[in-house]
Structure formats: structure tokens, C-alpha cells
Design a binder for this molecule. Structure first.
Ligand code: N01
Length: 535
């Protein structure tokens, strides 16, 4: 490590710039600064750490990964010190966990908060990145590590008249820190994805009236929220080594064993029994991947699961017309949802559902939302309309690589990333959760990538390598692998952010490696530095 500690690239202001203070950025600062001894400058647009969990302060925000695996695994002591109340963590709990980690590892001193990175240029003569911020500062660094967030560039549909609304309006991921008083107000929510479902459940009890504007109904299963006893936590902690081994060799990395049984090879009765059991335990990924091994790949198995959920909706929702509107008809092939009483919320007298596929939104008026069947008067309008996922934040920054090539141009046909982290023409750029990375519970994938990045930086320093960059062949092959795997599933057939289908005009492309975390880790190991030019 001495060699590393003594290393300082002459003339550079920093060895590495890290962008983002979410799970990825924080861990990258720790690895590069605390472990490799590099001189690191980090930026985040927020006023403190947290990333996704800094911004998403909307009522009801909760992770749908269980508490015991929605955390870092790299520090055994941190794991043993961990504490939580329920089997799922709320946004304030996650934010507080991340804040504690930042304190513990003394990460904040490397950050400049309230600062947006606006441009990053690769200087080919010096082999350095020039990083410019909205504060007018430009710094240089040999390595650029971006943890910009998969789901952080907000999507607010461009409805006519949006600016004329006289009430308050918020996107869920820009929820004011001071909160919003919704008591006794007429509130509208546009969007019924993971976010919409949570915000609807949380706000319904306190508002005077809640109007839900739904475009596409969703399949959602119970989350199974419950308290976790000290004894349960002690058992988890005693078994953490095995738990993480399982998580990191599994597909979705949610901390349960994925099923190896095909739904179409068991009787209807057995299907029902297995679905009912998963419904009672809770968890969206568990329902999709823990019940049978072919829900996401075989249309017949998929329909069996979809049909089970539809029947539940019919049983739960009392008004038949509302139940009809809430019932999805298409494939069960988006990121699976789970909730803490979503369908039941529509039995409350103060909650109504507007199907905006049947009656599209025409405009936002000073008083509320006008659809083709009338005007809905509102005091507060909440946009739970999602994100320009994966590359949304990259294309906001003026990123230029070799020969001045821009990321925007390079990704015009869809973003690409060799092994989900690197890009041709962008040497020494390491993207945490970049395009074509794993589709999983995110902290274990983030750790996998940050560890690969820091190992690579260490290797470069030790071997005196100035730049690393994938070859175009390696990048194309990886994207092709991602395409082949995605096409083996039903996911590309459902329109969602996973393939860029939620943003008008966005290129429908393969944004993820859907082969699972275990296989992704194997791919990293097998690749070594094959497919890279090290100079
Ligand atoms: O966003 P979404 P999200 N008019 O894109 C609707 C993670 N997450 O923020 O389906 C009317 O899924 C849109 O309708 P449609 C998780 O990975 C996790 O909810 O496109 N409606 C949809 O209903 C998740 O998958 C957690 O027809 C419009 C909604 O807005 C990801 O974030 C919690 C519209 C957007 O749904 C994204 O979830 C929250 C328009 N013009 C988020 N445009 C947990 O861990 C969009 N919509 C639990």
C-alpha cells in the first residue's frame, strides 16, 4: 500500500473525482481515498449524502428490498452494529444509515455539496479529466467515477398548462425537505408505479380527497411489512457471511433463494398454493422470482401469476368498476411492485380512480387537471411520473471524451457500457450503475462495481498504466450479450423505464444486464482486463 500512498500524479489537482453521494459515490470515496490513499474530490447536487434517498422524501417512501440486505456488506463491524425496526426500511431510516456510514468513514470532508457537475472533458494531451461545476470551478483528475443514480433524473410530463396551476405541485423525487401539509386538502397523484403506489397509500388517510390518475394498471403484491425482533436480527447477524455469499451468487440479490421449479410443470393447485404462500410472505421480487423460475420468461407461467394477482384485486376492491380499472391485462413483466395495502386504499370513500387511458389528461388548469371527461379540482398535484432512467443524468452533463466526442452523440441510439461501467472514447471514466449493468437489488451490485473500479485503479497505479478504455468490439459484444439475455425474458415486451419506453422520444434500447448478479460477477472475473486497451 506504500507504493499507493506515495503515488501522486504530478500537476493534477486530484487523483480522482467522484460524482454522487449515494450508495455508489460514498463507497467509491471510501475505497479510493481511505483504502488506496488517493486525493479525491467528490461532488453532489444535494446538501448532504443520500443520493436517491436524499431526494425521495415523499410520504410513504420505503425500500422494497428487505432491511438485512439493503446495506453495505463490505464492513463486518458495520453489519454487526446495524439496527432496524422492520423488515423494510423507510426513507428516513435509509438516509440516517447513510449519514452514519459517512460519519463513520469520515466521507463528508471529500465532498463539495450543493454542486452540480456541468461538464467533463477528457484532455488527451495530459490524459486527465477536466471537471467543471455550476459554481464555476474546474478541477482535473486522472480518474472520473460517476455514481449519478439509475433513477434520479426526474420525468415530468409536458402537460399543457402545467405552469398555470394555482395550487402546489411536486414531483415525488423533489419533495420539499420541510414536508408538505396535505391534511384536509384535495390531492391528485399522477402515476401508479412503485412511487405512486407508496404515495397513494401514505396520503389517502390524511387528505380530504385523493384523485389517482392512472394510465396503466399495475400488478402489485403485498410487501409483508412486519417488525423484526432482536432474536431475528441476531440470527441474521450470526449468518451474515452465508447470507452475502448467497446474495452475491444469486440472480436478483434480494436475499431469498430463487425458485428452480417451472410453473408450467406443476398442477394448477400447486401453482395456487405457491402463489398464495408468496402473497402471504410478501415481496415483489420474491413473488416473481421466488415462486417459479419461469414467470419472467414463459408467457404461460407469466399469465398464471398475473391471473392470480387479478383475482386478488377483484376480491379486495369492493366497487366492481374500480376493480375493473385497477386490473392489468398485459404481461406481468415490469419491475415487480409490492405494497402495504394499495388495492384496499381504493375502498376508502375519499379515494377515486381516474383511468387516463380511457379519458386522457387534456391539460393542467389553474384549478386542477382536465381530462376528456371533466375537470378535477385540486389543491396539490403530485407527479409520481418516474425518471429518465440510467442515462438521464449522463446526458444532462456535457461529457466529452477522445476527439471531443460527446456522450449525448455517442448514446444517441441508446447508451452503452462495457461491463456496465466503462465506455470507448471515455478513458478512465468509471460509471457506477452505468448502462448495461446488473438489474438487481442495488447495494450488492454497487459494491461489486466499486470494488472492481478500485481494484482496477490500484492495478493501473501499480503497473504504471495511464489509461484504460474498452475496445469497441468488447463494448459491442457486451451490449449484444445484454440484448440476447433480455430477449430471453418477457421484460422487453412490457413498456417500462427498464427499456427506456417511459420517456417520449427516448430510444428503446437494452439498458441492463439481466443475467443476474452471480453471473455478472463471473463475467467480470472471466473478463479480467480482456477487452480493454491499457496504455
Ligand atoms: O416510476 P415509473 P416510479 N400521463 O416509471 C405514469 C424504483 N422505486 O417512480 O405505466 C399519465 O415506474 C406511468 O404510467 P405508464 C423502482 O425501481 C423503488 O414509480 O407509463 N401517467 C407510471 O404509472 C421503480 O421501478 C421503490 O402508463 C404517466 C408512473 O407515471 C422505479 O424507481 C419506490 C405519464 C411512473 O412509474 C421507478 O418507479 C419507488 C403521463 N404522461 C421507486 N407519464 C421501492 O423500492 C408517466 N406516467 C419500493
Amino acid at each position: 500500500m506504500n507504493q499507493l500512498n506515495n503515488h501522486k500524479t504530478k500537476g493534477l489537482e486530484f487523483d480522482a473525482v467522484v460524482v454522487g453521494a449515494g450508495y455508489g459515490g460514498l463507497y467509491a470515496v471510501h475505497k479510493l481515498r481511505n483504502e488506496l490513499g488517493l486525493n479525491v474530490r467528490a461532488y453532489d447536487n444535494g446538501s448532504d449524502v443520500g443520493g436517491t434517498w436524499y431526494w425521495n422524501r415523499y410520504p410513504g417512501a420505503l425500500s422494497d428490498t428487505e432491511s438485512f440486505v439493503y446495506r453495505y456488506s463490505f464492513d463486518k463491524e458495520l453489519l454487526q452494529d446495524g439496527n432496524w425496526k422492520h423488515n423494510y426500511l423507510t426513507q428516513p431510516e435509509i438516509l440516517s444509515y447513510m449519514s452514519d456510514v459517512a460519519d463513520r468513514l469520515d466521507l463528508r470532508r471529500s465532498y463539495q455539496f450543493n454542486t452540480k457537475v456541468t461538464a467533463t472533458y477528457f484532455n488527451e494531451e495530459k490524459n486527465v479529466w477536466e471537471v467543471t461545476t455550476d459554481k464555476g470551478e474546474t478541477v482535473t483528475a486522472k480518474y472520473l467515477v460517476t455514481g449519478l443514480g439509475l433513477l434520479s433524473a426526474t420525468n415530468v410530463p409536458n402537460f399543457k398548462g402545467r405552469e398555470t396551476f394555482k395550487g402546489e405541485q411536486y414531483h415525488t423525487a423533489r419533495w420539499p425537505k420541510s414536508g408538505v401539509d396535505l391534511k384536509g386538502k384535495r390531492v391528485g397523484v399522477i402515476g401508479t408505479g412503485s412511487t405512486g403506489v407508496q404515495v397513494i397509500i401514505a396520503t389517502a388517510p390524511e387528505v380530504e380527497h385523493l384523485t389517482v390518475f392512472q394510465r396503466t394498471p399495475q400488478y402489485s403484491v403485498p410487501i409483508g411489512l412486519k417488525q423484526q425482533s432482536d432474536a431475528e436480527k441476531a440470527e441474521i447477524k450470526a449468518n451474515y457471511e452465508e447470507i452475502w455469499k448467497q446474495v452475491k451468487s444469486s440472480a436478483v440479490a434480494f436475499g431469498f433463494e430463487e425458485s428452480t421449479v417451472s410453473a408450467v410443470e406443476v398442477s394448477k393447485g400447486e401453482q395456487e398454493r405457491v402463489f398464495e404462500e408468496a402473497w402471504n410472505i410478501g415481496g415483489g421480487f420474491r413473488f416473481m422470482f421466488g415462486t417459479f423460475n419461469d414467470i419472467a420468461i414463459n408467457p404461460e407461467a407469466n399469465e398464471a401469476a398475473a391471473n392470480f394477482i387479478r383475482k386478488k384485486i377483484q376480491e379486495i376492491v369492493k366497487d366492481p368498476e374500480t376493480a375493473r380499472k385497477l386490473m392489468p391485462t398485459g404481461l406481468y413483466a415490469k419491475r415487480p411492485l409490492c405494497d402495504n395495502g394499495y388495492y384496499n386504499t381504493f375502498n376508502q370513500d375519499n379515494v377515486s380512480l381516474v383511468d387516463v387511458k380511457e379519458n386522457p389528461i387534456v391539460e393542467i388548469t389553474p384549478k386542477g387537471v382536465r381530462t376528456t371527461d371533466g375537470e378535477y379540482e385540486l389543491d396539490v398535484l403530485i407527479y409520481a411520473t418516474g425518471f429518465n432512467a440510467v442515462d438521464g443524468n449522463y446526458t444532462k452533463i456535457d461529457m466529452r471524451g477522445r476527439g471531443g466526442v460527446t456522450m449525448r452523440d455517442k448514446w444517441a441510439d441508446g447508451p452503452t457500457g462495457y461491463l456496465g461501467m466503462t465506455n470507448t472514447d471515455f478513458p478512465n471514466l468509471f460509471m457506477i450503475l452505468g448502462p448495461n449493468g446488473p438489474f438487481t437489488n442495488l447495494p450488492p451490485s454497487i459494491e461489486t462495481q466499486v470494488e472492481w473500479i478500485s481494484d482496477t485503479v490500484k492495478y493501473m497505479i501499480e503497473k504504471g498504466i495511464s489509461t484504460i478504455e474498452p475496445t469497441i468490439e468488447a463494448e459491442n459484444n457486451w451490449v449484444e450479450t445484454c440484448r440476447t439475455i433480455a430477449d430471453m425474458t418477457l421484460f422487453p415486451k412490457a413498456e417500462s423505464w427498464i427499456f427506456g419506453a417511459n420517456i417520449p422520444g427516448k430510444k428503446n434500447a437494452v439498458y441492463f444486464y439481466m443475467g443476474g448478479l452471480g453471473n455478472y460477477r463471473k463475467a467480470l472475473e472471466e473478463a479480467g482486463y480482456k477487452g480493454f486497451v491499457l496504455d
